[in-house]
Design a protein around this ligand. Structure first.
Ligand code: AMP
Length: 587
């Protein structure tokens, strides 16, 4: 018997595409060359991403009002997040169910059945989608392509993969939601020019600028807000309804003496109706003991209420255009994704932002699942190859002498990527090096975020600067990063897989980019100064260590420069002049 391994073939070629949404989820499969979104037991193509004990979807949704403590919704917002994160702390104040911190600081959910990681809740939703698929296809499903918001960081993507594992699903690829949507529209084949994907769902907003070249998608930039979606519109509308009712009926209702969940449900229903009608009635029986709420609301009233929230999507669009370094007039297609884009006000807003009519032929609720199924088709080999390329949101690099952040991967580099750079030692006969990996946009590492560290031992002995240490940054299409360091001579190698324990939110990413731009000039100055110091010190040392006898005048110059650069603040222009003088004596 030999020890060789072989590739296990999976007989089943039904790779499904799953849109694991904050509010709703959908599952699709390829039938021939067409992606079909599969229907659940209620004949619907979308299933609420809601879990109550063993119930998932519509059945669980019924308990939102009756059993709010144990009915878990929007768990996707908690996936891969830390309990102490200020954004999470703000958000959980609004949640009717309880949360807690796990021993590693991750946020977990508490129900009457115990504590659960958000990925365990995600697993129940994925399992439900698997069941829907299996029922429709009459076939077991083992492999899936699952979508995530463009701004999901490593830990959020990893939590999604974990959810798949728990559900017994092999997630063969994670792709960004906007990229999936563009695939659903077949833009890989037909698009000329740049594409904007505006995705406003129940809980998240994403804007992506894509480019298609020879059937290959490049994500030029992404932006958005993981805490902006239909739910926020419903909350705002609920507040308005309470005030409106109190004004017209001279009552004193507030959020503590009525059922908020009932009101939110009614607000959402009215919001959806107002996408097709100019006015609607909202009726809530017994909103307060003995009192009914009965109001007529017009589309105009709704639009006035939600305008402020809707307008919050404008800035991320402008930023995405800026990051992609393109003008609005270069955008040739705007795709709408997410249930909220059925709202006429949002369609008008998008048209105003991009100055072109958005494409709306595919149901915005279904486009992402369809795109994921198409990607599944590509991966199973039943469709032509379409490459999906996403981007790395922040620059990556390592710490080099003087605390300088040496970038290896620039921000917005297309995934997957592999980049290798050669480094060397700073001391003679140095035996080991510590390679600290950072993420950020600032010139010095102390201002950036440390992701991890590798210690490379047993380096080939030699004078400083001679050993060759190659450092590679490799990222797969799921955004999981591997950093390795190798001594080119003795092939000693160390590797680390990075899943940053506390992920960054997209607001934090934006803030980092903004600060990086603001401080760029100052950072450049600091880096130049440090580099100059290192260079000057090296030259001075080599001159003084040599056997050559230098004239007193020269030694005085060296002393001056030494003093000059050991001062924290020095004029680099003058110091450079001094160094040029000194270098004349270099052999
Ligand atoms: P998604 O996360 O893409 O499933 O989007 C769900 C969000 O879209 C929820 O906030 C829904 O209330 C909202 N939604 C669904 N259909 C409509 C509609 N016709 N008009 C306005 N909002 C809608």
């Amino acid at each position: 018997m030999d020890n060789k391994i072989f590739r296990k073939t999976v007989k089943d070629s039904h790779i499904v595409g799953i849109d694991l949404g904050t509010t709703n989820s959908a599952v699709a499969v390829m039938q021939g060359r067409i992606p079909i979104v599969l229907k659940n037991e209620f004949n619907k193509t979308t299933t609420p991403s809601i879990v109550r004990n063993n119930l998932v979807g519509e059945e669980a949704k019924k308990y939102l009002i009756e059993d709010p403590l144990n009915t878990i919704f929007a768990s996707k917002r908690l996936m891969g997040r830390k309990f102490k994160d200020s954004e999470i702390q703000n958000y959980i104040k609004e949640l009717p169910y309880k949360t807690t911190s796990s021993c590693n600081g991750d946020i977990w959910i508490k129900t009457n059945l115990g504590k659960f990681a958000p990925s365990q809740i995600g697993a129940k939703i994925l399992n439900k989608m698997k069941e829907i698929g299996e029922k429709a296809l009459k076939h077991p499903i083992v492999r899936a392509v699952v979508t995530v918001p463009a701004y999901f960081n490593d830990s959020q993507r990893q939590a999604t993969k974990d959810a798949g594992k728990i559900a017994g699903l092999d997630i063969i690829r994670i792709i960004n939601e906007p990229t999936a949507a563009a695939l659903a529209y077949g833009l890989d084949k037909t698009a000329i020019g740049k594409i904007a994907v505006y995705d406003l769902g129940g809980g998240t907003f994403d804007i992506s600028i894509l480019e298609v070249e020879d059937g290959v998608f490049h994500v030029l930039s992404t932006n958005g807000n993981t805490f902006l979606g239909g739910e926020d519109f419903d909350n705002e509308f609920s507040n308005f309804l309470i005030n409106f009712y109190n004004q017209t009926e001279n009552e004193n209702l507030n959020k503590t003496n009525i059922s908020i969940e009932k009101l939110k449900e009614a607000s959402e229903k009215a919001k959806i109706e107002l996408s097709n009608k100019m006015s609607t009635n909202i009726f809530l029986e017994n909103i307060y003991p003995g009192k009914d709420l009965d109001l007529k609301i017009t589309r105009e009233q709704l639009e006035n209420v939600i305008k402020k929230i809707a307008n919050k999507t404008i800035e991320p669009c402008e930023k995405a255009l800026k990051d992609a370094k393109i003008n609005k007039n270069e955008i040739k297609h705007v795709i709408l994704v997410g249930g909220m884009t059925k709202m006429p006000f949002i369609r008008k807003l998008v048209k105003n932002i991009f100055k072109i009519e958005p494409t709306t032929t595919i149901n915005p609720d279904e486009a992402i699942a369809q795109g994921a199924a198409i990607q599944g088709g590509v991966l199973s080999g039943t469709l032509d190859n379409v490459l999906l390329l996403d981007v790395n949101p922040l620059s990556l690099g390592i710490e080099t002498m003087g605390g300088i952040f040496s970038k290896i991967i620039n921000r917005n580099t297309t995934l997957p990527f592999k980049e290798t750079e050669i480094f060397s030692t700073s001391e003679d006969n140095q035996k080991e090096v510590d390679i600290s990996i950072y993420q950020g946009e600032r010139g010095l590492v102390k201002e950036n975020k440390k992701l991890g560290e590798i210690k490379l031992k047993n380096i080939t002995k030699g004078p400083k600067g001679t050993p060759k240490i190659s450092v590679s940054f490799e990222c797969d299409s799921n955004g999981i990063l591997k950093v390795s360091a190798e001594d080119s001579k003795n092939k000693e190698k160390q590797e680390i897989e990075l899943i940053p324990s506390s992920g960054l939110t997209e607001q934090e990413v934006n803030e980092i980019i903004r600060k990086g731009e603001k401080e760029r000039k100052k950072d450049e100055k600091k880096v130049n100064l440090i580099n100059f110091k290192i260079k000057a010190e090296r030259i001075l040392q080599s001159l003084l260590n040599g056997t050559v006898k230098y004239p007193e005048k020269f030694l005085q110059k060296v002393k001056n420069l030494n003093e000059f650069i050991s001062n924290k603040m020095f004029n680099i222009k003058e110091a450079k002049k001094e160094l040029e003088e000194i270098k004349k004596y270099e052999m």
